[in-house]
Design a protein around this ligand. Structure first.
Ligand SMILES: [Zn+2]
Length: 357
């Protein structure tokens, strides 16, 4: 396993659901703390500043650290956990999946259970099991063991659990939480690459919190930085699996970094978008244009910060987003890093002024 794969494995398998991003933040701090200036907002986001030969423009690269997950709501007398959702879950990808319950006494394994189909009526069998009817089995004898011995308490976070896998075609990488650990991984690698590069601006790599529950850390960290320009680095829906037509989702794995032309939270800044497309073409970096009619990203909040921040979303096409096993393509990851480095090297004060006209 090379360094990039080891880094992707480490960051994708870290448990860090919305509001409980510390394990991801610790990994980013370990990697970037020694080579950047570190600051924080006050709800958990972390900011890594890398100064260049000029202070301005201030470029923000936002990647949300949180993954969708769950939270302990209550423990039944029999020792099962009833839970609430943190972020957008679809019932059909939940049942039978493994989870990690993060308790005051450490992490414990669990599985999302329900009644088995064998004992359901034919009518019940046709229906999708509702989230409210599901529970987590943590292998406790009863409520007392769950609380006293395992340390489970209402409010404890619960993260999806699954393995990081390099697939038979080693460019295809399967893991949980690519949304948005791949974004965090990209931002970290970009800052590392810039370490020995000349750039006429200041770059702020940000690990934001609570994106999946309402783009919250993006708002607070933008207040800390006051960026001149921003890029959200995130995932987008891959449209290259059976049954999806190109007009629903156009991006494909392995065809390059996706430049968002529209999402429900933002219409990208036109001149910035065109500058980024030109930069990709000049540097022979594979890219694809992508739109999302539902959903948004951190840029949705950042672009309306203060008097406005020209913003754009760069994303990695991802299959089976918001499930325990999502798939990305390594070439897209590498294209995103190359494109961001090229953008930063070409985005000085005069270019920025041009974009605002
Ligand atoms: Zn995301």
């Amino acid at each position: 396993m090379d360094n990039t794969l080891a880094w992707l494995k480490e960051i994708s398998t870290a448990p860090g659901v919305s509001g409980f991003e510390q394990p991801v933040k610790d990994l980013m701090l370990k990697k970037l703390g020694p080579i950047t200036e570190v600051s924080y907002d006050k709800i958990g986001s972390v900011i890594f500043a890398k100064s260049g030969s000029f202070a301005d423009p201030k470029i923000m690269l936002a990647s949300h650290m949180d993954e969708i997950g769950f939270m302990v709501k209550m423990i039944t007398k029999e020792g099962f956990v009833k839970f609430t959702m943190l972020g957008g879950w679809w019932e059909q990808v939940m049942l039978g999946q493994r989870v990690t319950v993060m308790t005051s006494k450490g992490n414990i394994p669990g599985v999302i259970g329900s009644k088995p189909p064998h004992i359901l009526s034919p009518e019940e069998r046709k229906k999708v099991v509702k989230k409210r009817e599901m529970f987590i089995d943590i292998g406790a004898a009863d409520e007392n063991e769950a609380r006293a011995r395992f340390g489970v308490r209402p409010g404890d976070p619960i993260a999806p659990q699954s393995e990081f896998i390099v697939m038979a075609n080693e460019k295809f990488l399967m893991a949980k939480a690519w949304d948005n650990r791949v974004g965090c991984a990209i931002v970290a690698e970009v800052l590392e690459k810039l370490h020995n590069e000349i750039h006429a601006n200041t770059v702020y790599g940000v690990g934001t919190v609570q994106e999946e529950v309402g783009l919250r850390g993006a708002q607070t960290s933008a207040n800390v930085i006051n960026p001149d320009i921003a890029f959200a680095v995130d995932t987008c829906i891959a449209g290259d699996t059976p049954g999806i037509t190109e007009d629903l989702a156009s991006s494909k794995l392995g065809k390059g970094v996706a430049i968002a032309i529209y999402d429900a939270s933002m219409i990208p800044h036109t001149k910035l978008r065109n500058f980024v497309i030109d930069t990709a073409e000049k540097n022979n970096i594979p890219y694809q244009l992508e739109f999302t009619e539902g959903g948004g990203t951190d840029a949705g909040k950042i672009h309306v910060h203060a008097t406005g921040v020209p913003s754009l979303v760069l994303s990695i096409p991802t299959r089976y987003i918001h499930s325990h096993n999502s798939i990305i393509h390594r070439d897209d990851y590498e294209a995103a890093i190359r494109l961001l480095v090229a953008i930063i090297k070409n985005l000085d004060a005069s270019k920025y002024k041009e974009l605002l006209k």
